[in-house]
Structures are given as C-alpha cells and as structure tokens.
Design a protein around this ligand. Structure first.
Ligand SMILES: [Zn+2]
Length: 256
C-alpha cells in the first residue's frame, strides 16, 4: 500500500514591511503563499488552504484595495492552486476536502477553483468571517470562501480521513477559529502551523503580529505547537517561512 503523501504547492508570494506582520521587526519580508496537498493511501485528497484569488494576478488592489496598501503580490496564472494541482496530476475538480487554517485572503482565495470539495473549518472561524465589521475592513471576504460548497463546521479536534492519519489541531489566537493540521507521515508526524507561526524566528522569540484576535490565546497555541515539536517529535512546517520553503520546494515529489 502506498503511504500518506504531503505535497507543498507554491501559490505565489506576498511582500510587505516586516513590521506590518510581526511587531517590532525591521526591513521587508517575502512571504511564500503555500497550499498543501495531502494524498491519502485510499486515493482521497485534502488541501490545507487554497492560496490567493486569481484576480491577484493583476495585483492585490484588483480585489483588496485596503490590503494593497501593505502587500504586493508576485503571482501568475501558473501559481493558482488549480494549476499547481494539474502540475502534480491531480484534477482540481476531484479534490475531496479543503481544510482551512483560517479565512484570511491569502489562505482561501483559490477556493472557487476547487469546486467539489467539502470545506472543513472551525465553526468559530466561519462565524467570525461573516462579521460585517471585519468584512468592511477586508479582514475577511465571504466571496472568497462562501461559494456553496458543502461546509463541515467543526468545534475542536477533527479526524479528516477517519483513521487518525490527518488531524485538525485547533490553534486559535491569530483568528477566532485558527487551526493547524497534523499529518502523520510514515517518516514521522508533521504539523502545518498555518499563521499560528509565520516562520521559525517568531516561534523562538515568541513574536506576535501587530493585529490578531487574541494575543494571549495565540501565545498559548504557539507554546502547544512548540511542545508537540519538542516532546512528541512533530516537525513544524510554518505558514510563511521563506527559508524553510526553499528547502521544501526542492522536493517536487513531496514529503512521504
Ligand atoms: Zn497568511
């Protein structure tokens, strides 16, 4: 039997001043925008996040005028999640599930390109992402994710394939219902941290964004992931870590 596979898909880049994503840092940062494909031995597939909306091929301002004040995109047609899937011979219309870390624009923009998947999201995230004030400020845009998919709203931990191989791990704080994804590869467990941890340095220094739903809650989630790394041997794959991403994108066959 083939084993569980995890394939990193590079869905473009955002650049911004470091201080706009991590309080107290200087300079500019380049942020890879990942989507992660999980291929279960049964042949069923799940995506963790869907990257950027294809309108951002024409720049962030084409869809998010407020976000465009802070972010520049480097994003082409080839970077859309559907093209990245075609590249690894997965039909986007046959993907079974989309697990959302959270519903910010750089994590759910490609959802319309994955038409037949069931969405798995924390209920608190789904509710928060429909809040009129947050929509007005472009924190969320339901037109990115509320498109008529079957939506499974979960509350807490969730077993994606029903066999313990891929588990949603709630890591709230960055947003109300942020979650990470534990993938138990044959080579050892990995955790896709999403934006609970942007990159390695922010974990080592326990740094936070200048924004967020609840900073104490996020610190607590960061500590729990660190503990899973240090005590359970989980490898952490961060949400927007350019250095780590460079090592992963050299493994086109994916992690096994
Ligand atoms: Zn993000």
């Amino acid at each position: 039997m083939t084993s569980l596979r995890l394939v990193p898909l590079e869905c473009g880049w955002l650049s911004t001043s470091a201080s706009s994503v991590v309080a107290g840092l200087d300079g500019k940062v380049e942020l890879p925008i990942p989507s992660w494909l999980v291929i279960h031995p049964s042949g069923r597939t799940a995506l963790f996040d869907t990257g950027l909306h294809d309108e951002l091929i024409n720049g962030v301002g084409a869809r998010y005028p407020l976000m465009a004040r802070q972010f520049e995109s480097r994003f082409t047609y080839e970077d859309t999640v559907s093209e990245r899937l075609e590249n690894v011979e997965v039909d986007p219309s046959e993907v079974n599930a989309i697990v959302f870390s959270h519903l910010h624009f750089d994590h759910c923009g490609g959802t319309s390109l994955i038409p037949n998947a069931q969405i798995i999201v924390q209920a608190s995230e789904w509710d928060s992402a429909h809040h009129p004030k947050l929509i007005e400020h472009e924190v969320y845009n339901p037109a990115d994710f509320d498109l008529g998919h079957d939506v499974l709203k979960v509350d807490g931990s969730h077993d994606v394939f029903g066999d313990g191989s891929v588990i949603c791990v709630p890591t709230p704080g960055h947003t109300a219902g942020h979650q990470s994804l534990r993938v138990n590869l044959a080579s050892g467990p990995v955790i896709l941290t999403g934006d609970c941890i942007y990159w390695e340095e922010v974990l080592e220094e326990m740094l936070l964004p200048p924004f967020g739903f609840d900073h104490e809650m996020q610190l607590d989630s960061m500590r729990r992931l660190k503990q899973l790394r240090d005590e359970d041997g989980c490898r952490l794959l961060y949400g927007h870590d350019a250095s780590q991403w460079a090592t992963l994108s050299q493994a086109p066959a994916g992690l096994i």
